[in-house]
Design a protein around this ligand. Structure first.
Ligand code: NAD
Length: 358
C-alpha cells in the first residue's frame, strides 16, 4: 500500500530523531511491500526563522492533505524570549487544532530490559508496566472561562472553570474503548466525582456510552487522588485509562516517570478520522542537539503507533516493537538509558540496528 506522511522535523534533536524513524519505516516498507512517501515541512522555531510564524499555512495544508503526520519536537533557547503569540509551541497547538485532534494517547511502557531504570522498586515493576493514558485534549479547565479581579474584602483573586459536554466525553470514551477492544477490554475512567459536578457527568457518560456501544468492555472508576497513588503502588493494574485534560496532563507525566526513560515514550493525538499526529513525548533537547546522542526510540515507536492506529497495520507495528525489544535485550543503549555491562551507541546507530532487525 501507498501512504503519504508529512514529517515535521521541528527544532533541536527533531531532525535526527525523525531521520531515525524514517529509516525504520523504510525498512518496514521494504519488508511488507508498502511505499511511504515523506514530505518535510516546517514547524516551531525553524518556521519562525524561515517564515516569521511557527505554523506556516503551507505546513497546515500539507498535513491536511496527507495520510498522517510525524512530528519531532519544537522549541529551543533561541526562541525563548519571543512574544507568546509567535513562540514555537504555538505551532503545536495550532496544528492540533487545524487537524481537529481532541485526544492525546500516551503509552507509558516499561521495557523488561530497562526495569532497573524505573525509580520504583524492582518487585513492583518486575512484571512489566504498560499504562495507556487517553487524555481529553481540547476541553476542560484549560479551555474553560477564566478571569481575575480585585475584591474589596479579600484583595486579588482569579478563577478557572472545568466544563465538559456529553458529546466531548462520548468521543474520548470512544477512542479509549477502541484501544481497549484490541487489548485487555478494560478501561479505568479517572475523575473526581466525589467533589466535581463535571466529573459526575463524566462518570455517568463514560458508563452509558461504553455499555451501549462496547458491551464487551468493562469500565472501572477511580478517583484521581487514588489513581495518582496507585500508579506508583501497583502500576501493573492499569491498562487503558481515560480521563480529562487536566488529570491526564498530570497522570501521564507521572506514568512516564515510572518508566524512567523519557527517550523511550511515544504519543499520538487523534480526532474523528484516521489521520493523526504522532510524536515523542520529550522536547527538542537543545542541550544534546547535533551530537548524535539523542535516543530515537520514542520517535520510532511513535511511527509504529501511526502504522497500527492510522494505517491499520498491526503486524508492522509488532515488527517494530519486537525489533526495539530485541536491540535492548542485546544490550545496546543510547547514553540516556545506559546501564552497567551494556554497549553505548549513537542515536543513528540505534535506528540502524532497529531497521536491520525488521
Ligand atoms: P526536553 O524533553 O527537551 O529535555 C529534557 C531532558 O531530557 C534533557 O536533558 C534532554 O537532553 C533529555 N532528552 C530529551 N529527549 C531525549 C532523547 N530523545 N534522548 C536523550 N535525551 C533526551 O525538555 P526541556 O529541556 O524542558 O525542553 C527543551 C525544549 O523543548 C523547550 O524549548 C521546550 O519548550 C520544548 N518542548 C517541546 C515539546 C514538544 O515539541 N512536544 C515538549 C516538551 C518540551
Amino acid at each position: 500500500m501507498n501512504f503519504n506522511i508529512t514529517v515535521l522535523d521541528g527544532d533541536g534533536i527533531g531532525p535526527e530523531i525523525c531521520s531515525g524513524a524514517i529509516k525504520v519505516l523504510n525498512a518496514v516498507g521494504k519488508k511488507y511491500a508498502h511505499s511511504f512517501n515523506f514530505t518535510h515541512k516546517l514547524i516551531g522555531g525553524c518556521a519562525i526563522d524561515a517564515c516569521g510564524v511557527p505554523l506556516p499555512e503551507d505546513t497546515v495544508k500539507a498535513c491536511l492533505a496527507s495520510d498522517s503526520v510525524l512530528l519531532g519536537a519544537v522549541g529551543g533557547y533561541k526562541w525563548d524570549n519571543l512574544p507568546v503569540d509567535i513562540r514555537p509551541e504555538k505551532g503545536l497547538l495550532g496544528i492540533r487544532k487545524a487537524m481537529g485532534l481532541y485526544s492525546n494517547i500516551r503509552p507509558a511502557k516499561l521495557w523488561k530490559s530497562l526495569a532497573s531504570a524505573s525509580p520504583l522498586k524492582y518487585e513492583i515493576v518486575k512484571g512489566g508496566v504498560e499504562i495507556i493514558i487517553v487524555r481529553e485534549l481540547t476541553g476542560g479547565i484549560y479551555f474553560g472561562e477564566r478571569g481575575k479581579g480585585i475584591d474589596g474584602n479579600n484583595g486579588e483573586y482569579a478563577w478557572d472553570t472545568e466544563k465538559y459536554s456529553v458529546k466531548e466525553i462520548q468521543r474520548i470514551t470512544k477512542i479509549a474503548c477502541d484501544i481497549a477492544a484490541k487489548r485487555t477490554k478494560k478501561i479505568i475512567s479517572v475523575d473526581k466525582a466525589n467533589v466535581l459536578e463535571s466529573s459526575r457527568l463524566w462518570r455517568k457518560t463514560v458508563h452509558a456510552y461504553a455499555e451501549k456501544y462496547y458491551p464487551e468492555i468493562t469500565v472501572e472508576d477511580m478517583l484521581v487522588d487514588n489513581a495518582a497513588m496507585q500508579i506508583v503502588k501497583n502500576p501493573a493494574q492499569f491498562d487503558v485509562v481515560v480521563t480529562s485534560n487536566i488529570f491526564g496532563d498530570i497522570l501521564s507525566d507521572e506514568a512516564a516517570q515510572v518508566t524512567g526513560s523519557i527517550g523511550m515514550l511515544a504519543s499520538s493525538s487523534l480526532g474523528d478520522g484516521t489521520r493523526g499526529l504522532y510524536e515523542p513525548i520529550h522536547g527538542s533537547a537543545p542541550d544534546i542537539a547535533g551530537k548524535d546522542v539523542a535516543n530515537p526510540i520514542a520517535t520510532i515507536l511513535a511511527a509504529a503507533m501511526m502504522l497500527r492506529d492510522s494505517f491499520n497495520l498491526a503486524d508492522e507495528y509488532t515488527a517494530i516493537e519486537n525489533a526495539v525489544a530485541s536491540v535492548l535485550d542485546s544490550g545496546y543503549r543510547t547514553a540516556d538509558i545506559m546501564q552497567d555491562n551494556c554497549k553505548k551507541i549513537k542515536g543513528s546507530e540505534m535506528a540502524e540496528l532497529i531497521a536491520q532487525l525488521i
